[in-house]
Write a protein that binds this ligand. Structure first.
Ligand SMILES: C[S@@+](CC[C@H](N)C(=O)[O-])C[C@H]1O[C@@H](n2cnc3c(N)ncnc32)[C@H](O)[C@@H]1O
Length: 288
């Protein structure tokens, strides 16, 4: 073997593969099917924050320091969110999805990748104003424990509420947004009448199972960070978690077309990215 010949390999890719293997083996978090560019960018940022030279300089700490490993896991989960994010989406929920939910005496909604909770409380407000909150049970899940802690506390800054006021009104809001919060120490706390039917829980879309039989699943701005293989796997999980004719919502820059066999989901509203599970082709859950 000629030891002077160096193989041409992408060394960053090797370092990333080793670091992701350490996270998966030591802590059970598998990011191997996340978009490579996101993982690369976030790790480069962590390298600069820690003042080290290489991504591989982080691996020992990932293996031996649990807290540090979770810092990296949180680096990979981007928690950007806001109340009534995407006005067209929430208007469509009010105008076209609420009539469907009203056909059920009792229904379940799953917010997968709920971040700090603003999306689920926006939905809860719409359900309240349309008179069907009492029939609803909202499950909101995420992998990021810090984000879930914030969501469970349900305390938001007054400026977040003020900023969302216009979007709330544009989505058909009937009151003033602050009516759903009470004020303490310059913060806004979600009123218990809005949080009583909401449950926050840890759930990893990569390797956790089916989440009950839902009428509606909302997974917005989450699959955008996944490669196509993982998107297909997660869509299959959603299909198995929906009731016949149930609906799946994605973010407005996402689409499930080409990722699922034709006819399993029909487009319900193309602009709002809402899909309806084909009632005729429904098969009981076979996923797990
Ligand atoms: C950009 S936020 C989207 C929040 C909200 N759905 C919205 O659109 O405003 C993406 C969320 O997905 C979560 N996430 C990423 N990977 C996940 C996974 N494998 N399982 C569950 N949640 C995940 C992140 O922790 C983050 O909170």
């Amino acid at each position: 073997m000629d030891v002077s010949v160096e193989r041409k390999v992408d060394k960053s890719a090797v370092e990333i593969e080793l670091l992701l293997a350490a996270l998966s083996k030591c802590y059970g978090y598998d990011f191997s099917n996340y978009s490579y560019s996101t993982i690369h960018r976030r790790l480069k940022n962590r390298v600069s924050l820690e003042g080290v030279e290489w991504i591989s300089d982080l691996i020992g700490r990932v293996v031996y320091e649990r807290e540090f490993a979770f810092k990296i896991i949180n680096d990979f989960s981007i928690n950007v969110t806001s109340f009534f994010r995407d006005e067209n989406f929430f208007s469509t929920i009010r105008k076209k999805v609420v009539p469907y939910l009203k056909t059920f005496p009792y229904f379940k909604i799953w917010h997968a990748g709920c971040a700090t909770g603003e999306e689920v409380y926006s939905m809860a407000i719409i359900l309240k104003e349309e008179g069907i909150y009492d029939r609803a049970r909202l499950y909101a899940t995420d992998i990021n424990h810090a984000a879930l802690l914030h969501a469970r506390e349900s305390i938001y800054s007054n400026s977040d509420i003020n900023k969302a006021q216009k979007s709330y009104k544009n989505c058909g809001g009937k009151l003033s947004l602050e009516d759903y919060f009470y004020s303490r120490y310059n913060s806004s706390i979600v009123s218990p009448s809005l949080s009583s039917n909401v449950t926050f829980a840890a759930h990893n879309l990569v390797n956790d199972g089916v989440f009950g039989e839902m009428q509606l699943i909302i997974c917005r701005n989450v699959m955008i960070y996944f490669n196509n293989e993982l998107k297909r796997q997660v869509i299959k999980l959603f299909k198995s978690s929906l009731c016949p004719g149930g609906m799946l919502c994605t973010g407005n820059k996402e689409s499930i077309s080409g990722l699922t066999k034709d006819c399993e989901f029909n487009v319900f509203d193309n602009k709002a990215k809402i899909y309806k599970l084909d009632q005729e082709r429904y098969e009981p859950s076979t996923y797990y």
